[in-house]
Design a protein around this ligand. Structure first.
Ligand SMILES: [Zn+2]
Length: 245
């Protein structure tokens, strides 16, 4: 039985299970940052009513090379956007076929699908200007596109936050001064979909912001600007600024 579960998980059923389990959880979640610099970072999502029955679907195709832990982070990023989008747009996720041909990939993109690909810093995308220092890169083309996750650069950074930032680009958002859509990864910020990110997507897709959701600092959390100035001084000292493009 244990072996069967291992095989099922390895075959990608894990993603499906994770998606179902996670979407059944209440959206108001308290999360803590992981990694070497642990700052307590709690937040809550707004809970606005939505009048949409069925919005537009954006299909994500997840690379099988992501392990179960990474898949859960990607599903968490997708689930948080779905909560924020409140039915106006909805991400769905399936696993990419094993060893997809370039024809398979272009078919997916032409149908409006997005391929979430796991690459490392030897991938050609990392040699293009946008990708030189990036943790992840989103490339739009032919209706859908690619989200390249550069795994060896992410290390112990918040994979959910990095993927949520890229999914913001998939939804049409550009960059923002701070928070999730800031161009530079900040370990103290960008762990949830803030009002700024929701606003950028609402503008890009002409959605009513008041019927969408976003995260706000939870009780006892330092205001975002205080956290940011602290992190800037730390980061400039350590020279660890890594753009998320
Ligand atoms: Zn970006």
């Amino acid at each position: 039985m244990a072996r069967l579960i291992a095989i099922l998980l390895a075959s990608g059923l894990g993603l499906l299970v994770a998606a179902i389990v996670l979407s059944a959880l209440p959206a108001n979640a308290t999360e803590r940052t992981r990694g070497p610099t642990t700052y307590s970072s709690s937040y809550v999502y707004t809970d606005h009513p939505s009048r949409v029955a069925s919005g537009r679907i954006i299909a994500l195709y997840i690379d099988r090379d992501f392990d179960e832990y990474q898949r859960q982070h990607i599903v968490s990023a997708m689930r948080q956007w779905n909560y924020v989008l409140n039915g106006f747009v909805r991400f769905t996720a399936t696993l990419l076929p094993e060893d997809p041909s370039s024809l398979d990939l272009s078919r997916i993109r032409r149908s409006g699908g997005w391929i979430v690909a796991k690459v490392d810093s030897s991938h050609p995308i990392t040699r293009q200007s946008e990708g030189r220092q990036a943790l992840a890169v989103t490339v739009n083309g032919g209706g859908g596109g690619f989200v390249y996750v550069i795994e060896d650069r992410i290390g112990r950074r918040d994979l959910t936050g990095v993927v949520m930032h890229e999914f913001g680009h998939v939804l049409g958002a550009g960059h923002d001064g701070y928070g999730l859509m800031a161009p530079v990864y900040n370990p103290n910020n960008g762990h949830c979909i803030d009002r700024g990110a929701a606003t950028l997507v609402a503008r890009a897709r002409r959605l009513p912001l008041a019927q969408m959701n976003w995260c706000e600092p939870g009780p006892g959390n330092p205001p975002p600007m205080a956290a940011r100035s602290e992190s800037i001084s730390t980061r400039s000292g350590l020279k660890t600024t890594v753009p998320v493009t």
